[in-house]
Every structure is written in structure tokens, then in C-alpha cells.
Design a protein. Structure first.
Ligand code: ADP
Ligand code: MG
Length: 691
């Protein structure tokens, strides 16, 4: 073989068969024997038994043996192979809508066959359509046949073979010490694993597929324990890290408080305190600040920033969109600049010159607060002494981005010595159980109260056939001196179509409402244009802002009191809640109109009903979780990471509690076991949990 081939420039001839299989297996995350071992069946087929034909009932999947007593090709209602199988007890019809000559031959009259399939009611009694057929009289397997989760082009047979091979070589030793197993009455690992891959025929099928069997309990316990161990490890690791202590220096904070045009709510005061104490510690804060849309998180961030700055540190605040970053920049600058704080601004769309200036100010430490987008975490941005990093709408950022920000701390002789404190803000409330189980080592603060004087947004569901009425209410609102948003239909599949839709929607509205000042904003516009449009809307020069979901997060224009969402049925629940949160920020009664196109799918109907029935972000989150399940809810589905494969935090609460209990014992008394357990269950997923 030539050198170029050996280095992989071309696939060597003659070997792809195995590597193709390997690639498919890898797609399922199956690489090492230990991966295969915990690739567990979804369900099982019972091929251990034969039943008499007389005992068959519609809906059951069964296996019978008998003699073919009739076999013919019928032409009505269409061409099909029809056969009748008979045993001592009765007859069963078999049917194939497509078939090969070889099948026809196999089904010749007089042949004795074993068939397996689902029983249905046919014209002349029970029948099986496209059953699995083999010769009668073969050995019956002793164990149930596992059916594994698989991927395109990977057959159950090859998957079973690969798993069975792995079971022979893999290390199945127990990572739980005897004590822990006894205490929670758990099966040994090897026994549980072997049982789940090859359950004996007498095991309760219901317990197996519903995962109530003791073997499943052991696996679920292991999985939950691994997760909790990993969280505990992350927490301990964070406490070993060093951060600069940032105690409050009274003057700046007092002046900030005095300059605000409103009184902080009790909830805001409380979370400001919580953050303040974290900042005084010498290990990095890792706190999630939750507060429903409009609850006033920005000002809390301002207090955290002021405290850090008063202690001599730099602060970075990162927002997911330019529009939001710009809005924060304005707001924070308006609060802090008069108090002598130097606020800088950094986004990807700055001119080369402004960018260079901003970078220089960041590097020299002259910029005390830097507000920006993802541009802040680029390699080239070097802070002089970043003490606090704030992420707004943290769920919009990936794990990697969050980690990158925490690496912008202070280095000494090239080694990262001080990690910045991190404050994550989010309006997507995470139900408590989820936060506890999934969010690594994260302390949670919640603003559970809205500023006074807000009346809840009134939500209306209106079919798009009543568009004229909606246009009328836009005009009426504007006549009263208020402003409105019109959110364009979502076209997720194509950016080009999305853009076109936005432009069309704008054009139609301009035509329908000639007296109004209407502007358009969308993601593909140049940053400067976006800024200009937002500024015009903020200043009241625009009555109606036609927008794509670029305004979804954070945008704050209190005079806007009407929100129209076209094709609301295409949006997700969290998204609708965020969009609706753009209104109801001032004292005027605000209205959100969800226009929909009938007929609605069942899930869209449930989403719209939830929006209609409640404005409480926590309740919405709970329903969203019900509708979507935790993986998608937390936005981890895209990252390809499954959080829990076997256990469910909703239904396995007892195991969750037990696993939490066992963590301390494992870490304190059995550190070797704990490490082995994490190796088996977590592998490369630890980073994810740490974020
Ligand atoms: P969110 O939590 O959605 O980020 P913002 O920080 O944008 O909310 O605040 C929403 C609006 O409420 C802003 O206009 C803000 O200035 C105002 N606000 C914040 N706190 C108070 C308060 N205690 N009293 C009155 N208005 C407040
Ligand atoms: Mg906000």
C-alpha cells in the first residue's frame, strides 16, 4: 500500500465493510465496549413461545406454527399473496401486498412454517399482514429478543451482534460499593445489565418496558448518581478556583440608587443582596438570575456591575443580539456614566477604528464596563482585570461561549489565576427540579414580583380571516399616542423566505395603513440601520414596528402597548411569551393579539390556549416542559447531548432523592468508586454539566 493511502488520502480498498458499520455505531455514540453495554433495549420481542392459533386475539403480537393449507395469488382488491396456516386448534390467514417468488415458494401448500406478527381482524377471521416467516421446528430462544434504539441502515441483527460481543469483553465490575447497594437494595451492575440485554422469558414484560423492573432501577439509579456526582465535583472544583473579592464600596452604589427614576421592588433588593454577598467571596460566583420578562433584571445587573467597579474590577455584559446589546449600553451608560463610570461598547459591526479604540480601552482597564455581543469573547479581546461577567438571556448562549467568557479572567505569567464571577440572567424560568438536576453548579436567584403599576397584558386569539379588525385596533392604539409591534410570520426553513416575508408584510401594512409611520426591522439589516430604526421607535417617530423575532428578547420600549403576532401557531411557547413580554412595560393596558390560521394542530392549540390562559412565566414554562420534554426545553437537543437516557426526574423522584443522598457517601468514603462510576456514565459529558 502506498504512503498516501496509508495516511488516509483515499479509503484503502477492501476494508469499508467494517468501517461503515463502525461509523453507524458511532452515530449512536457506540465506540468502546463500555458504551455498548449501556445501550439498552427500547422493548423486546417474545420469540420464546409458540401459541395455539385458537388463542390469538386482535392486537397481540404472537408466534405460531402450522401447515400451509392454501396459498394463492389474489387480484382483488389488488394483487396480493394470500395463504392459510393451520394448526391443531384453528386457521390463520396470512397476507403479503408485495412479495417475491421466493416467498411464494416458501408458502407452498404442505410446508410447515413458524410465523410471527401482529394479529388483526381480516375479512374471514384473524390474519397477519407481512408476518416474519421461518421453517417450523427450529429451536426457540431462551431469552426475550431485545429491540435497540438504532439509526438508519443499521439492522437490529448487526446491532445485537455488536452488543453481545461487547458484553463478553467489557468491564462489568460494580462501581457501587456493597454498602450503597445494600442500603438502596440495588442489583449488582453486571446482573442488571445482562438481564436487560437478555431477559429470561418469565420476566414481567410490563415491568421491562415500563422500566419498573429492579434491573432498570439499578440503571436509573446509576445514571442519576453519575449526574449528581458530576455536579458535586463541579461545585468542589469551583470552590477551589480563585476569584477576586469584590466588596461593595458604598458611595457608587448609593449614588446609583439615588439616581434611579423608580424604587426597586423588594424582590430586586433581595437578589441584589444575594449577588452582593457572592461577589465578596474569593471563589467565583456562578449564579442564575431568573425573572419573568419585564421584572427588571437589567437594573440588578447594574448594581452588580457597580459593586464590582467600585472594588476596582472591570465588568463585561454580553447580550445575544446587537439590538439588545445596544439597548443595554444606552441604559447602563445613562445610569452609570453620570456617576463617573467609563462604559464601552463592543460588537462585531463596529468600524475598524472604533473597534480598535474599544479594544485598547478594554486592554488598558480604562473601560470599566464593557457591553457587547459575542464579539466580547473573541480571542483578541484581552481584559485588564475582568472581575465580573454578566450574560443576559443566558439560554441563548452555548456552553462553549459561557466557558470562554470565564476564561477572560486575570492571568499571571500566562496562567489563568483569577476567574471572573459570573452572573447569568434569563427570563425563561427553569422549574426547580430541573434546575437542581441539570444545571450544574449554579445558584439560583429569582425576581418573583413585577414592578408596581403594571396591569397584565390582555391576550386575544383571532383568526387571520379577521385581519381588518386587527388593523383597526392598530390605528385606534396609535391615535391614543401609543405604539405597536407587528411580528411577521416565522419561516424557519429558509432565511431568504423569512426576509421576503418580512419585506412583504411591511409593504402590505404600509398600503393598508397609509396614515401610520411604519418601519421594518429584521436580522439581515446592517447594524447601523437596525440601530436607527430602534432609535426612531424609542423616540416615538415610528408608530408601528414590523419585526421578525429579532425583537424577541429584551427589547424595552414602555410606550409600546400593542403586539400583533401573525401566524402565532408557528411559534413556540417560550418564544410567544418572550414576544408578548415586549408590551405591558408601561402603565397603559397592553394587548397581545395572536393571529392564527385555522385549522390548528393539537399542539399549536395547546400552546395558544396556554398563552391565553396565563401570563405567568413560571406557569408557561411548566406547560412548555409538558409539551416538549426536558431536553428540548433546555435547548440541549441541538447539542446532541441527552441529559438522561433512562431515568426521568418527573417519575423517578424516589431514585433522584436516593442518588442525591448517596453522593456524599460516595465522595467521602469511596472516592475510587465515585471516579469509576463517573468514567462509566459520564465520559465526555462532564463539560456540559459544568457550565
Ligand atoms: P427584564 O427583566 O425583562 O430584562 P428590564 O430590566 O428590561 O426587564 O425592565 C423592564 C422595565 O421596567 C424597564 O423599563 C425598567 O427600567 C423598568 N423597571 C425596572 N425595575 C423597576 C422598578 N422597580 N419600578 C419601575 N420600573 C422598573
Ligand atoms: Mg432583559
Amino acid at each position: 500500500m502506498s504512503a498516501s493511502r496509508a495516511t488516509g488520502a483515499r479509503l484503502p480498498l477492501g476494508q469499508p465493510a467494517t468501517s461503515l458499520l463502525q461509523r453507524k455505531l458511532e452515530r449512536l455514540g457506540l465506540r468502546d465496549p463500555s458504551d455498548f453495554v449501556v445501550h439498552l433495549p427500547l422493548r423486546y420481542e417474545d420469540e420464546t413461545r409458540l401459541v395455539p392459533i385458537l388463542s390469538l386475539a386482535p392486537g397481540m403480537t404472537a408466534q405460531v406454527e402450522g401447515e400451509v393449507v392454501r396459498s394463492e395469488v389474489q387480484y382483488r382488491p389488488r394483487r396480493q399473496l394470500h395463504a392459510v396456516l393451520q394448526d391443531d386448534s384453528g386457521q390463520l390467514a396470512l397476507r403479503w401486498l408485495n412479495f417475491y417468488p421466493s416467498q411464494q415458494k416458501q408458502l407452498s401448500e404442505g410446508n410447515r412454517l413458524r410465523v410471527r406478527g401482529e394479529v388483526r381482524n381480516g375479512f374471514g377471521g384473524h390474519e397477519m399482514v407481512h408476518p416474519k416467516v421461518s421453517r417450523a421446528g427450529g429451536d426457540l430462544p431462551q431469552a426475550l429478543t431485545p429491540v435497540y434504539p438504532t439509526t438508519d441502515g443499521l439492522t437490529q441483527a448487526s446491532l445485537r451482534k455488536a452488543i453481545d460481543q461487547a458484553l463478553q469483553t467489557a468491564d462489568l465490575s460494580d462501581t457501587l460499593p456493597e454498602e450503597v447497594r445494600q442500603q438502596y437494595q440495588l442489583l449488582p451492575f453486571a446482573q442488571a445489565i445482562r438481564m436487560l440485554h437478555h431477559p429470561p422469558a418469565q420476566v414481567s414484560y410490563a415491568e421491562l418496558v415500563e422500566r419498573g423492573h429492579p434491573a432498570w432501577e439499578r440503571i436509573k439509579f446509576d445514571e442519576l448518581l453519575a449526574q449528581q456526582l458530576s455536579l458535586a465535583a463541579a461545585r468542589a472544583a469551583r470552590r477551589r478556583q480563585k476569584a477576586r473579592e469584590l466588596p461593595p464600596n458604598g458611595v457608587l452604589l448609593k449614588r446609583l440608587r439615588a439616581s434611579l427614576p423608580f424604587r426597586l421592588t423588594d424582590a430586586q433588593e433581595r437578589v441584589i443582596q444575594e449577588i452582593s454577598s457572592d461577589l465578596c467571596r474569593n471563589f467565583p460566583m456562578h449564579r442564575l438570575l431568573q425573572g419573568d420578562v419585564g421584572s427588571g433584571k437589567t437594573v440588578v445587573a447594574a448594581f452588580a456591575a457597580a459593586q464590582a467597579i467600585s472594588a476596582g474590577s472591570q465588568v463585561a455584559l454580553m447580550a445575544p443580539t446587537e439590538i439588545l446589546a445596544e439597548q443595554h449600553f444606552r441604559k447602563l451608560a445613562s445610569w452609570l456614566q453620570p456617576l463617573g463610570v467609563n462604559v464601552a461598547w463592543l460588537t462585531g459591526s463596529l468600524s475598524v477604528k472604533s473597534r480598535r479604540q474599544a479594544m485598547a480601552a478594554i486592554e488598558s482597564g480604562e473601560a470599566q464596563l464593557v457591553v457587547g455581543t459575542q464579539a466580547l469573547i473573541q480571542d483578541k479581546v484581552a481584559f485588564d482585570n475582568l472581575g465580573l461577567a454578566i450574560l443576559d438571556e443566558q439560554h441563548r448562549f452555548g456552553v462553549g461561549q459561557r466557558l470562554q467568557l470565564s476564561r477572560k479572567g486575570e492571568a499571571h505569567e500566562g496562567v489563568l489565576a483569577l476567574i471572573p464571577h459570573q452572573l447569568n440572567m434569563s427570563a425563561t424560568p427553569i422549574p426547580r427540579t430541573l434546575a437542581m438536576t441539570f444545571f450544574a453548579d449554579l445558584d439560583v436567584s429569582a425576581i418573583d414580583e413585577l414592578p408596581p403599576g403594571r396591569s397584565p397584558v390582555l391576550t386575544k386569539l383571532i383568526a387571520d380571516t379577521r385581519r381588518d379588525e386587527v388593523l383597526g385596533s392598530v390605528t385606534a392604539e396609535v391615535r391614543q399616542g401609543r405604539q405597536a409591534y407587528w411580528v411577521c410570520p416565522l419561516v424557519e426553513e429558509s432565511e431568504v423566505l423569512q426576509l421576503q416575508t418580512a419585506v412583504d408584510t411591511h409593504a402590505r401594512l404600509v398600503q393598508a395603513l397609509p396614515d401610520l409611520r411604519i418601519a421594518l426591522i429584521h436580522g439581515k439589516m446592517a447594524a447601523a440601520d437596525k440601530q436607527q430604526v430602534m432609535q426612531g421607535f424609542r423616540d416615538g417617530h415610528v408608530d408601528l414596528l414590523v419585526a421578525t423575532t429579532v425583537i424577541e428578547v429584551g427589547v424595552d420600549v414602555p410606550n409600546a402597548s400593542l403586539m400583533i403576532i401573525e401566524h402565532a401557531e408557528r411559534f413556540g411557547l417560550a418564544q410567544l411569551h418572550q414576544l408578548r413580554g415586549r408590551v405591558g412595560r408601561g402603565s397603559a393596558q397592553s394587548i397581545c393579539v395572536l393571529m392564527y390560521q385555522a385549522p390548528l394542530s393539537a399542539i399549536a392549540r395547546q400552546r395558544l390556549r396556554a398563552m391565553y390562559e396565563t401570563t405567568d412565566g413560571f406557569e408557561i414554562a411548566r406547560r412548555d416542559l409538558d409539551l416538549r420534554g426536558p431536553g428540548e426545553f433546555l435547548g440541549v437537543r441541538q447539542s446532541g447531548q441527552e441529559l438522561l437516557r433512562f431515568a426521568s426526574i418527573e417519575t423517578d423522584t424516589r431514585l433522584v432523592v436516593q442518588a442525591q443522598e448517596a453522593v456524599a457517601v460516595m465522595r467521602d468514603c469511596f472516592p475510587e468508586h465515585a471516579r469509576a462510576h463517573l468514567r462509566r456514565w459520564m465520559r465526555d459529558r462532564q463539560d456540559f454539566l459544568r457550565s
